[in-house]
Ligand binder design. Structure first.
Ligand SMILES: Cc1cc2nc3c(=O)[nH]c(=O)nc-3n(C[C@H](O)[C@H](O)[C@H](O)COP(=O)(O)OP(=O)(O)OC[C@H]3O[C@@H](n4cnc5c(N)ncnc54)[C@H](O)[C@@H]3O)c2cc1C
Length: 439
């Protein structure tokens, strides 16, 4: 991921550094040795990162674009969680090293004091709880089924609580921890208790179009006031139909495939697991809940105006889609024809699929390209053409290296194309990607 700046970054940095700025001067610099203070500082950084990761799990619709979109927030959340874990290990190690010059016994006693020192044992309990929920995220013990991983991740709440009590029992600067904890608590309460009632809007399945044996497009109609969105954004969809074989009341992210002016919400779904497979059988009239929209895959002029690093709106575009990763581009193409605008930058879509039957929406996309100036569609079939090369790309889009490039598809495709484009001198800030497995 290329680093870009967004208006919310300063707030995140401020929240992360606040405890350090407040707590660092109160540390016993010099009196107990530098190593000891560094150990304490690592602990402060660790809790700060952990609390911020908790705050970032809030997922409030409409807020995420200020931070570069929900996918970027999840990446930051993951990095904060990982950093917190590493910093806790540094905290423990530095504490041991700080007392080692006295004796090995002193070092052991610092880490494992008599049980009366509850604050230290609470710290250990926090660390062990953290270890349990973070291990699968880091890929230890293989990959866990997503829903099981999500349930295990709930252990982050007690881990956070234990770490907080451990710190409050030792800290002289409590207010800053209370402040961050209140924000983290509010985030968790919103996410787990309030958002299912306040953020999810009821929709009804109006109909369904079969795009392939295992791919459908759902047409959804709002029961009351629906959501508004921009092309390329995504929603969380929660089926409320108890008769489904799987996925009842389970939220999953899907890109919106309708144009932004459409009254219906259309969502293209490929069956890859139990919840998506069950949706192939959902019946018209069934209720689903929609939460969102999230993300900023395409340009965001409002954000650019606020100083965010964004794509150049005057530059021509190249859209690279793989398989079901076509959905944001379907939305973009439908947007063009619905809006009937002529002043959008030219866009060339190159659709990568294994074989023609796997190029969903292709007929419609070709029809849109025939009707819209400045929009072209090309295909690349892996079974026929092999792995995509620079020459194949240059034949269809000779000025590809000069364009803003948007990619969505499986991680393998994105990695391959990213390497190819970087090799051709396309700067990272002009490549915009979305993979469908951000966790
Ligand atoms: C931003 C984004 C946009 C997406 N857009 C589309 C789309 O337009 N069309 C489409 O068919 N698919 C899309 N997906 C992928 C879709 O969310 C998964 O295929 C679906 O959640 C799989 O659920 P499952 O139970 O059928 O399969 P499982 O076998 O349970 O999961 C397969 C993989 O999907 C991911 N996944 C599963 N559940 C979730 C969840 N609740 N939240 C996040 N990731 C999850 C995990 O990486 C998991 O390994 C999108 C994903 C993301 C992140």
């Amino acid at each position: 991921m290329t680093f870009r700046k967004y208006p919310g970054d300063l707030l995140l940095l401020g929240l992360f550094l606040l405890p350090v700025v407040i707590a660092a001067p109160a540390l016993p610099w010099g009196s107990q040795g530098w190593l000891y203070s560094l150990a304490e500082l690592a602990g402060v950084f660790a809790l700060s990162a952990f609390l911020l990761a908790g705050i970032l799990s809030a997922r409030i619709p409409g807020i995420d674009p200020w931070f570069g979109g929900l996918v970027r927030l999840w990446v930051v959340h993951r990095w904060l969680g990982f950093s917190a874990f590493m910093l806790v290990m540094a905290h423990v190690l530095l504490l041991a090293l700080a007392t080692l010059p006295m004796s090995v016994g002193a070092s052991v006693a610092t880490l494992f004091p008599p049980l009366i020192h509850r604050e230290v044992w609470l710290g250990w309990a926090a660390f062990l709880t953290m270890l349990v929920f973070i291990a699968p995220t880091l890929g230890f013990f293989g990959t866990l089924h997503y829903q099981r991983w999500k349930r295990l991740h709930l252990l982050s709440a007690p881990a956070l609580l234990l770490a907080l009590v451990h710190t409050l029992m030792l800290s002289t600067t409590a207010w800053v921890w209370w402040l961050l904890s209140a924000l983290a608590l509010a985030a968790i309460a919103w996410r787990k208790l309030l958002s299912p009632w306040l953020a999810r809007k009821p929709y009804v399945v109006d109909g369904m179009d079969k795009l392939a044996r295992d791919v459908v497009e759902l047409r959804l109609r709002p029961k009351g006031k629906g959501i508004r969105w921009q092309a390329g954004q995504f929603v969380y969809l929660t089926p409320m139909d108890a008769s489904l074989a799987a996925g009842y009341r389970e939220e999953h992210p899907y890109t919106i495939a309708s144009g932004s002016g459409d009254d219906e919400l259309r969502i293209g779904i490929k069956a890859v697991g139990d919840a998506t497979r069950a949706l192939l059988d959902i019946k018209p009239g069934a209720e689903v809940r929609i939460e969102g929209p999230y993300g900023i895959f395409f340009d965001s002029p409002a954000l650019a105006a606020k100083g965010a690093d964004g794509p150049d709106p005057r530059r021509k575009q190249l859209w690279l889609a793989g398989g079901i990763g076509i959905t944001p581009f379907v939305s973009g193409a439908r947007d063009r024809i619905e809006a009937g605008e002529t002043h959008r930058p030219d866009a060339s879509l190159l659709y990568l699929a294994n074989r023609p039957e796997r190029a969903y929406y292709l007929d419609e996309l070709i029809r849109i390209a025939e009707a819209c100036d400045g929009f072209a569609v090309h295909t690349h079939y892996m079974n026929e053409h092999g792995v995509i090369t620079r020459d194949y790309l240059a034949e269809r889009c000779p000025d590809f290296a000069e364009r803003e490039i948007y990619m969505c598809g499986p991680p393998g495709m994105i990695n391959h194309l990213q390497t190819l484009l970087r090799h051709e001198g396309v700067p990272g800030h002009r490549i915009h990607t979305e993979a469908f497995d951000f966790l």
